[in-house]
Ligand binder design. Structure first.
Ligand code: KIV
Ligand code: ZN
Length: 505
């Protein structure tokens, strides 16, 4: 990849470092779905996984490499042959492949983790890059914990790996320890002290332990970094990685300051964020910059007044530039199928006839209960109704009784292959009672690991979206359900989880 001077390459590691976030694991199909979304978004490099780590990781990198042709596909490897071999095997079907080799360079890692001296580390790094370069031309090297490494040693390692063919050198702030001025200076120092640095792209990779990952990445860009490693919604190991949407929109909104561009189609940001949130089960906080539900909402009267007079008084970005169209009223109960289809298309959602019919039936049902149907509702309806797997179990009927002084009691009816099954149950709360009844009908016992509920839009009649993580048949499954009734949404989420695990069997 030849570097254009003012172009910042976006390296997305949602599928690798993002997946390292505790509880964020995704299956192969989900990873491929995200990879397609990242390609559509215009990501330059997709880090699809760490192939040596598991058979699942290997297979998903291989699948992403086979299907995604518009982005470079990257696989991570430690500086050892078996890792590099696995990365190469997984990536060899890619149109553009990259092996990303890493090795720690900080004193603390050398002494306690690797138990090696500087000479040995230098040699290992050089041999690993040489070995990888014999297999592929696009090689990235990361001196792990670079920001806590001795600068002179760091320069020596960087120079040596470039000499043997590294095309990108990535400078990780592995533990999120850096401060923007200091990290920006590190990049400037690398530029000034590594004689062959112009032969490689300088990349940055920041973690958010001090909440500075985005600021550090931007400081690095100001000082000459031209690749940024980041994740959608900032998910990742511990406090996460730098958030892609924040970096991209900072570069775009403050192009006067950065003088750089990216290849990202920013209108795809919101949709990609929703998808990652849906598949990982990590709910986006309402106040999250760029993609949070409140990011473009103005509550204060003075602000609303200003916006009505001139948008730029209180808005530095247009919501539609990040694909956030959910401010206006869109459809109501009198809207027809055609209007529904056209509106979905404008949101970038295209469905098959069968999917459209199912989604439209659900829309009518929601429109009957809810006065105003917003774009966010439509997205939730489609995500809820149009599933990749054909449902085995469907909710037919649900009656709950609960209150302050009674034991919650439910009656659940589910349909499977044309037959209806009923069960009553009690529980600690209505959700507990429903899940017990569903376990009884399906004969699959689930263990609820996590439960969150979020309203899709505002107002008392808003759709509630329930996201759960359940252990079923030894697997941890993330599933969602949406309804204007949160108890029904809870039941749907659980049934979706069961259907998902049956489909994966
Ligand atoms: O944080 C880190 O140092 C990493 C490397 C493997 C690049 O994720
Ligand atoms: Zn990392």
């Amino acid at each position: 990849m030849s570097a254009e001077k003012n172009r910042v390459y976006i390296f997305d590691t949602t599928l690798r470092d993002g997946e390292q976030a505790p509880g964020a694991s995704m299956n192969e199909n989900e990873k491929l779905e995200i990879a397609y979304a990242l390609e559509r978004l215009g990501v330059d490099i997709i880090e699809a996984g760490f192939p040596v780590i598991s058979e699942g990781d290997f297979n998903s990198v291989k699948r992403v490499a086979k299907h995604i042709k518009g982005s470079v596909i990257c696989g991570l490897a430690r500086s050892i042959k078996k890792d590099i071999d696995a990365a190469y095997e997984a990536l060899k079907g890619a149109k553009h492949g990259r092996i990303h080799v890493f090795l720690a360079t900080s004193k603390i890692h050398l002494q306690f983790k690797l138990k090696k001296d500087k000479g040995e580390i230098l040699q290992m790094a050089v041999e690993a890059v040489k070995y990888a370069r014999n297999k592929m031309t696009d090689i990235e090297f990361s001196p792990e914990d670079a920001s806590r490494s001795e600068k002179d040693f760091l320069y020596r390692v960087i120079e040596a790996v470039i000499d043997v063919g590294a095309t990108t050198v990535n400078i990780p702030d592995t533990v999120g320890y850096s401060i923007p001025g200091e990290y920006g200076q590190l990049i400037a120092d690398i530029k000034n002290n590594v004689p062959n640095i112009h032969e490689a792209v300088i990349s940055v990779h920041c973690h958010d332990d001090l909440g500075l990952a985005v600021s550090n990445s931007l400081a690095a860009i100001r000082n000459g970094a031209r690749q940024v490693e980041c994740t959608i919604n900032g998910i990742g190991e511990r406090a996460g990685n730098a958030s892609m949407e924040e970096i991209v929109m900072a570069i775009k909104t403050r192009s006067d300051f950065f003088g750089c561009t990216t290849n990202i189609k920013t209108q795809e940001i919101y949709r990609t964020s929703r998808l990652v949130s849906k598949l990982t089960g990590f709910v986006v906080p309402p106040n999250k910059a760029i993609v949070g539900m409140n990011a473009f909402r103005h509550e204060a009267g003075i602000h609303q007044d200003g916006i009505l007079k001139e948008r730029s008084t209180y808005e530095i970005m247009r919501p539609e530039d990040v694909g956030f169209t959910g401010t206006g009223l869109v459809l109501g109960k009198h809207s027809g199928r055609h209007a529904f289809k056209v509106r979905l298309k404008s949101l970038g959602i295209e469905l098959s006839e069968d999917e459209l019919n199912r989604a439209f039936d659900r829309f009518k049902d929601v429109a009957d209960r809810k006065k105003q149907v917003f774009d966010e509702d439509l997205v939730a309806i489609v995500e809820d109704e149009v599933k990749v797997v054909k449902d085995t179990w469907n909710l037919v009927n649900l009656v709950t009784t609960s209150g302050t002084n009674i034991t919650p009691r439910v009656e659940v009816a589910l349909e499977c292959k044309g037959k209806t099954y009923k069960k009553s149950s009690t529980g600690d709360g209505p959700v507990d009672a429903i899940y017990k009844a569903i376990d009884g009908i399906t004969k699959i016992k689930g263990e609820l690991l996590d439960y969150t509920i979020q309203s899709v839009t505002r107002g008392k009649d808003a759709l509630g979206e329930v996201t759960i993580k359940v252990k079923l048949k030894g697997k941890s499954v993330i599933a969602h359900g949406a309804s204007t009734d949160i108890i029904v949404a809870s039941a749907k989420a659980y049934i979706n989880a069961i259907n998902k695990v049956i489909a994966e069997d």
